[in-house]
Design a protein around this ligand. Sequence first.
Ligand code: SF4
Ligand code: SF4
Length: 63
Amino acid sequence: MAVVYKIDQNRCISCGTCDMECKFGAVRISDEGKFSIDAEACRGCGICAGVCPVDAAMKSSEI
Ligand code: SF4
Ligand code: SF4
């Protein structure tokens, strides 16, 4: 199974950095302003995890 990333809702502060940095447009924002990652679009590059200031973005297996 391909590695995809997820966002830990308990840590995310909705700063939007992952959305700006993701090269594949995989970050989604809900009507409530919650950030998540579309597993179908995510390529597992890990950029979001590298730029997240609160370590909320991580490999799906790590949540
Ligand atoms: S792992 Fe890469 S492709 Fe997936 S959401 Fe993060 S930045 Fe986007
Ligand atoms: S970079 Fe981290 S804190 Fe900011 S919106 Fe993305 S997951 Fe949330």
